[in-house]
Design a protein around this ligand. Structure first.
Ligand SMILES: Cc1cc2nc3c(=O)[nH]c(=O)nc-3n(C[C@H](O)[C@H](O)[C@H](O)COP(=O)(O)O)c2cc1C
Length: 167
């Protein structure tokens, strides 16, 4: 059986992406196919399967927030990646606090120390996912000295180790 790409390229930063529909109803979901694209201006990309409620929301409102959770939020992040916002209010279910954004319609996740408000500039299909590239239009950085949550594949995550400086 072929090895999945997530087992080949890891660990990956795990984030909570918030979106909303045309009526403003918010959703939060877990993503680890995520990467920074540009320093200045800041751009972020992530990959979303078209059956996600997040994808439907992006079609209605092409804006999102990248919320970076701490390692100890694992249980809540897992839940947001197992249930769909089509069926349930995951903010309520996971006990996450929606905080109004400054420049975009989807709310931020109050518990996350980093929140990047983004506007979609490109969405293109590649294989079984869509690549979404967003320009960061507002950033909220409460702190950067936290343990991030790193994903391997499926239910396996990786605890960050000690930082090492190259010679
Ligand atoms: C750790 C983790 C990482 C995930 N990464 C992605 C991803 O990068 N892209 C994606 O489309 N789905 C990813 N998922 C699956 C979605 O989070 C899942 O399908 C979720 O139910 C989608 O929610 P929504 O329907 O409310 O958008 C991931 C799930 C977990 C648990």
């Amino acid at each position: 059986m072929p090895v999945r790409i997530s087992q080949l390229l890891y660990p990956r930063l795990t984030v909570l992406i918030t979106t909303c529909d045309a009526r403003g109803r918010p959703n939060v979901a877990t993503f680890s196919f995520v990467m920074p694209v540009s320093f200045e201006p800041k751009y972020v990309a992530f990959s979303v399967a078209p059956d996600r409620h997040t994808f439907s929301n992006l079609r209605e409102v092409p804006e999102f927030v990248v919320n970076v959770p701490t390692f100890d939020m694992l249980a809540r992040v897992w839940l947001c990646g197992r249930r769909s916002g089509r069926d349930v209010d995951k903010f309520k279910l996971a006990g996450l606090t929606p905080v109004p954004s400054v420049r975009v319609r989807p709310p931020r996740v109050g518990e996350c120390p980093v929140q990047l408000e983004c506007v979609v500039e490109l969405a293109r299909e590649f294989g079984d996912h869509w690549l979404v590239v967003g320009r960061v239009v507002e950033e909220h950085v409460e702190r950067v000295d936290f343990e991030p949550l790193l994903h391997h594949t499926s239910r396996r995550f990786i605890r960050p180790g000690a930082a090492v400086e190259a010679e």
